[in-house]
Design a protein around this ligand. Structure first.
Ligand SMILES: [Fe+2]
Length: 180
């Protein structure tokens, strides 16, 4: 585990600003699912968790005239591009390892291909696929998953557990590697 924990990322004012728009509940749920899938599939749970937590931080303009216009939003959507850039900038600012920041940013960029003129199905790396799958698992029709609420303290409790799980599975991962 690097020195940049999920808790540290989550508490940062930039994370708070953007995750409040796209939904803290969704971010935490996807992070939890991503860690579970990463462990099942033997991929790096730290990259998966960080990307999952930040995957929707590029969302913008949720409302028009006080109303959420989903169709209009989809038409102009580049949230994954914005999210990848914001996630990378934030992580570097927090002192994240550069390779980790890049991996996380790429997983954010490719968590969906709904904004691209082509599909990336079958093209993602294992960890990128974990983030995409975890996001899908928490999705609800009409973007309703973005409106589920979660208190700040509850989010911290979940993230603390995830940080601990990541430390544990990273050390198991390293032990397995050493034994090879
Ligand atoms: Fe999402």
């Amino acid at each position: 585990m690097s020195k940049v924990s999920l808790i540290k990322i989550f508490k940062h004012r930039i994370t708070q600003k953007y995750l409040r728009r796209s939904g803290i509940h969704h971010a935490i749920s996807v992070a939890k699912l991503a860690v579970r899938l990463a462990e099942e599939r033997g991929v790096d749970p730290e990259i998966a968790a960080k990307a999952a937590l930040l995957h929707d931080m590029g969302h913008y303009e949720w409302y028009r005239d006080g109303k959420w216009d989903y169709k209009e939003y989809r038409k102009h959507d580049i949230h994954a591009i914005k999210g990848a850039e914001r996630a990378h900038k934030l992580l570097i600012r927090l002192g994240e390892d550069r390779l980790m920041a890049k991996e996380v940013s790429l997983a954010v960029l490719l968590h969906t291909d709904s904004y691209l003129p082509f599909s990336v199905e079958g093209q993602r790396t294992a960890v990128q696929q974990v983030v995409a799958d975890a996001d899908k698992m928490d999705e609800q029709p009409g973007g309703l998953h973005h409106y589920k609420e979660m208190e700040f303290d509850e989010a911290l409790t979940h993230l603390k557990k995830l940080d601990e799980a990541i430390v544990k599975s990273t050390s198991i991962h390293l032990e397995n590697k050493a034994a090879e």
